[in-house]
Design a protein around this ligand. Structure first.
Ligand code: ASP
Length: 419
C-alpha cells in the first residue's frame, strides 16, 4: 500500500514530535548521544540537499520561464501584478497583527527575566531595507550564486531571460533548449530529494521539539498565542478568501495541493530551503506553468513574507507593552510601514524575522540596550513561531502564483477538479 506523500510526511511529523518529547524529558531539553546525533543528522542532510539544488534550480527555472514569457511588456505586467499581490497581502497581515496585539495586550504582565546576558550586536542586520533595490543588482553574478544571494541571482536571471528573446533566432534556439533541458534536470534532482521528505521532516521535528525551552513558554505564552492567532486568521481566513475572490475555486483544493510543501516550510523554518518543493507543488499539483511560477515564486520566497510581516508588527507592539510604553497613532503607523520593509528585507532563512525586528524597534526610537533582553527572550522561544510564520509565508507565495496564473488565462489548474 502506497500512502500519499503528505500523509507520509504528517505521520513522520507526529512520530518526530513523540520522539522529541521523549528526548526532551529524558535529557531535560539538552539531548545528546549517538542516537540523537544520528536522528538530527537526517534533518540536516535533508536541508543540505534542498539547499544544494536551490541556486541551479532557480537560475535555470527563471531563465527558461522568463524567456518563454517573451516580450518586455508581458514581464512588466507580471511584475506589476506580483508587486500588488505581495504588498496587499502583507499589509493585511500586518493589520491583523496590529489589531490583535492592541486587543489582547500580550505584553502587559509578561514577566521577562532580565538576567539574560544578551548582546543585541550579534543580531544586527547588514544594511537597511531601503537599499534592497540597489542591492538587487549583483556586482558579480557568479559570486551572487556562490554566496546564495537570492535577489542578486533573481535579478541576473530575469535580465538574461529577457535578453534571450532579443538575440538572433539561431542563438536563441540553442540557448533556450539548453536552459529548458537544464531546468528539467534540476526538477528531476528535486524529485529525488523530495522522496526523502518524510525522513528529513522526522529529524527536523525531533530537533525542534527536544530542544524547546518549555519553561520560557509560560512567561511569554500569551504573546505566542497572540502571534499564532494572527497567523491562523491570515492563513485560514484572509488568504483563502482572497484566493476564492480571484479564482472562484474552492481553497480546499489549494490546501491539498500544497500540503507537503506547507509541512516542509513548517519543519525547515526556511522559505528558501522550501522553494524547490514550492515550485514542484505549484507546477505539478496546481498546474501553473513554469513561465509564471518561475517568476513569482523565487521572488516571493525572498520578498513576500506575510507571516513575518505580521510577526514584526506584533513583536514590536509586544516589546513596547513590556516596556510599559503606549505607542500613539503616528508611531503605530511607523510600525506598520517599517514592518512591511523589514519583511521585504528579511532573508528566507530560520529566525531571520527576529533579526530584522531591530529595523522596526529603531524606527520607533527604542534603544537596542533597552529591547535587547526582551528580544533575547523572544529568540529563546522563536522556533515554533518561526515554523508557523514560514508556513504562512510560503502559502501566500503559492496563492499569489495561482491567482496570477489564473489572471493570465491559465485554465488547466487542479487536475483533481476535472475528475
Ligand atoms: N524563517 C522565515 C522564512 O524563511 C523568515 C522569518 O524568520 O520570519 O520565511
Amino acid at each position: 500500500m502506497k500512502l500519499k506523500l503528505h500523509w507520509q510526511v504528517l505521520i513522520a511529523m507526529f512520530c518526530g514530535a513523540v520522539v522529541g518529547v521523549i528526548f526532551q524529558l529524558v535529557y531535560n531539553a539538552k539531548p545528546s548521544g549517538w542516537l540523537y546525533t544520528l536522528i538530527i543528522s537526517l534533518g540536516t542532510i535533508f536541508i543540505r540537499l534542498l539547499r544544494m539544488v536551490i541556486v541551479p534550480l532557480i537560475f535555470t527555472s527563471i531563465v527558461s520561464g522568463v524567456s518563454s514569457v517573451g516580450k518586455g511588456k508581458n514581464i512588466g505586467r507580471l511584475g506589476l501584478k506580483t508587486f500588488f499581490y505581495y504588498m496587499i497581502t502583507s499589509i493585511f497581515a500586518i493589520l491583523i497583527g496590529l489589531m490583535l496585539t492592541n486587543l489582547i495586550h500580550p505584553g502587559y504582565g509578561a514577566n521577562i527575566p532580565i538576567t539574560n546576558d544578551f548582546n543585541p550586536e550579534n543580531l544586527k542586520t547588514p544594511g537597511s531595507p531601503v537599499q534592497i533595490l540597489i542591492r538587487m543588482i549583483p556586482l558579480n553574478p557568479i559570486k551572487a550564486a556562490s554566496t546564495g544571494d537570492m535577489l542578486g541571482i533573481i535579478f541576473f536571471s530575469i535580465f538574461l531571460g529577457v535578453v534571450l528573446t532579443k538575440v538572433k533566432p539561431q542563438t536563441q534556439d540553442f540557448l533556450k533548449k539548453f536552459f529548458d533541458s537544464s531546468f528539467e534536470v534540476m526538477m528531476k534532482i528535486t524529485e529525488f530529494v523530495i522522496k526523502l521528505l518524510p525522513i528529513g521532516v522526522f529529524g527536523l521535528i525531533v530537533k525542534a521539539v527536544s530542544t524547546a525551552g518549555f519553561d520560557l513558554f509560560k512567561v511569554v505564552g500569551k504573546y505566542m498565542l497572540t502571534v499564532c492567532a494572527g497567523l491562523s486568521i491570515h492563513l485560514l481566513i484572509i488568504l483563502p478568501l482572497i484566493f476564492y475572490l480571484f479564482t472562484r475555486i474552492n481553497p480546499i483544493y489549494h490546501f491539498k495541493a500544497m500540503a507537503s510543501t506547507m509541512i516542509t516550510a513548517f519543519s525547515t523554518s526556511s522559505s528558501n530551503a522550501t522553494l524547490p518543493l514550492t515550485m514542484r507543488s505549484v507546477e505539478k499539483n496546481v498546474g501553473v506553468s513554469n513561465k509564471i511560477s518561475s517568476f513569482v515564486l523565487p521572488l516571493g520566497a525572498t520578498v513576500n513574507m506575510d507571516g513575518t510581516a505580521l510577526y514584526e508588527c506584533a513583536g514590536v507592539i509586544f516589546i513596547s507593552q513590556v516596556l510599559g510604553l503606549h505607542l500613539g497613532f503616528a508611531q503605530q503607523f511607523i510600525v506598520v510601514l517599517t514592518a512591511l520593509l523589514a519583511s521585504i528585507g528579511c532573508a528566507g532563512i530560520p529566525s531571520a524575522g527576529l533579526v530584522v525586528i531591530f529595523i522596526v524597534t529603531q524606527a520607533v526610537g527604542f534603544k537596542d540596550v533597552d529591547v535587547g533582553v526582551i528580544i533575547g527572550t523572544m529568540l529563546a522561544v522563536d522556533r515554533p513561531l518561526d515554523m508557523f510564520r514560514t508556513m504562512v509565508n510560503v502559502f501566500s507565495d503559492s496563492v499569489g502564483t495561482t491567482i496570477i496564473a489564473k489572471s493570465e488565462g491559465e485554465t488547466n489548474l487542479y487536475p483533481e477538479l476535472k475528475k
